[in-house]
Write a protein that binds this ligand. Structure first.
Ligand code: AMP
Ligand code: ZN
Length: 152
């Protein structure tokens, strides 16, 4: 974990342009921004991916990302919109193994074609897909009430 660059940033041992921090999360500018003001919000406590993140910290991550998205659309920054995104796992293009929420300020007419290649345009077997997701959610609920399982 000591080699995790985001943990080093939290510890002040690696440089970063911080925009916010509280007891739980830290937000700083992405070193290779896709858009001006591209910010990452991370939990201060190391979690490699969402499976290792407790729900309360996940909620705080989004609460802060939400505030940053609103902030960049205020008069001080004047973006027209924002994308909020977590790449969870290598299959989803996660390259840094410490959970991070991207906040990408957007302006009308910008050239950033976010997710243009990722959109599934046709719905394949929507009933089965919805049922499988509902099953997954139910399994999470079951695990949350099972004292032998701690999924956060
Ligand atoms: P992801 O593909 O979701 O894992 O994105 C990782 C992001 O972390 C990329 O946008 C990188 O530019 C960014 N990044 C990597 N190292 C640093 C760093 N030391 N400081 C700030 N951002 C970083
Ligand atoms: Zn870390």
């Amino acid at each position: 974990m000591s080699e995790c660059v985001f943990c080093l940033i939290v510890a002040g041992a690696a440089p970063a342009h911080r925009v916010f921090e509280d007891d739980t999360v830290c937000a700083f500018l992405d070193i290779r921004p896709i858009a001006r003001g591209h910010t990452l919000v991370i939990p201060k406590s190391h979690a490699t991916d969402l499976s290792g993140l407790d729900a309360e910290t996940g909620a705080e991550l989004f609460r802060v990302g939400h505030r940053i998205a609103r902030a960049v659309q205020g008069p001080a920054f004047a973006a027209d919109g924002a994308n909020l995104l977590i790449n969870d796992g290598k299959a989803a293009f996660q390259t840094v193994g410490h959970v991070h929420l991207h906040v990408l300020p957007r302006t009308h007419g910008d050239k950033f074609r976010f997710a243009s290649g990722l959109v599934l345009r046709r719905s394949h077997e929507p009933e089965r897909v919805a049922a499988a997701i509902r099953s997954g959610l139910a399994a999470l609920d079951t695990a949350a009430t099972d004292p032998d399982t701690d999924t956060g």
